[in-house]
Design a protein around this ligand. Sequence first.
Ligand code: AMP
Length: 208
Amino acid sequence: MKNLVFLGAPGAGKGTQAKRISEKYDIPHISTGDILRANIKAGTELGKLAKSYIDKGALVPDEVIIKVMQARLAEDDCKKGYLLDGFPRTIEQAKALDEITKVALAVNIAVDDEAVVARIAGRRMCACGESYHVSTHPSDVCDKCGAKLYQRDDDKEETVKSRLEVYYRQTAPLIEYYSAKGILVDVDGMKDVAEVTDSIIKVIDGNC
Ligand code: AMP
């Protein structure tokens, strides 16, 4: 069963790879960041609460995000597998996830620190879900839908620093957590997008 978790620092390429991999295996791509941003846009209570944390580069409290994921993972489409992007982000969340479902494989997309900062600074998003980098896509409109691209507020420099700090303190320990369970694989995230996708497909086919 393809019950997959993607790990990696902000800017490692989790979202980009998750999109490609979920299409290849026809499993839902579940991004907690996307769920929270959709709630902010819709002005829900969850969105209002999440915004106050996201704007600071801090994590939304575990109990809030765990409830969101309990509901999402109970949906029918997750019966055929799932790809989690941005969850779990703390040991507490990983333990809660283990109570909900059995994770088959955790893929850690490893990148250098400097690359992460440069990638995030140049990242541009489209409301349709596509994302681009200014170095490879200088135009400010989306190739897929033609809408104007924008920079995520939390991709601005000050917030990125906090997000990286949070990553190393709270999320990086998950590498050890999944490694101890014998289900962690590392993938070199410094190669180009298509090569990283190929490496991920190889490890999934070899392990699930
Ligand atoms: P992302 O799009 O994955 O980079 O997430 C953007 C922001 O949403 C993060 O910096 C956190 O503030 C929040 N967030 C996303 N996923 C989680 C999670 N699993 N736990 C806590 N906060 C989260």
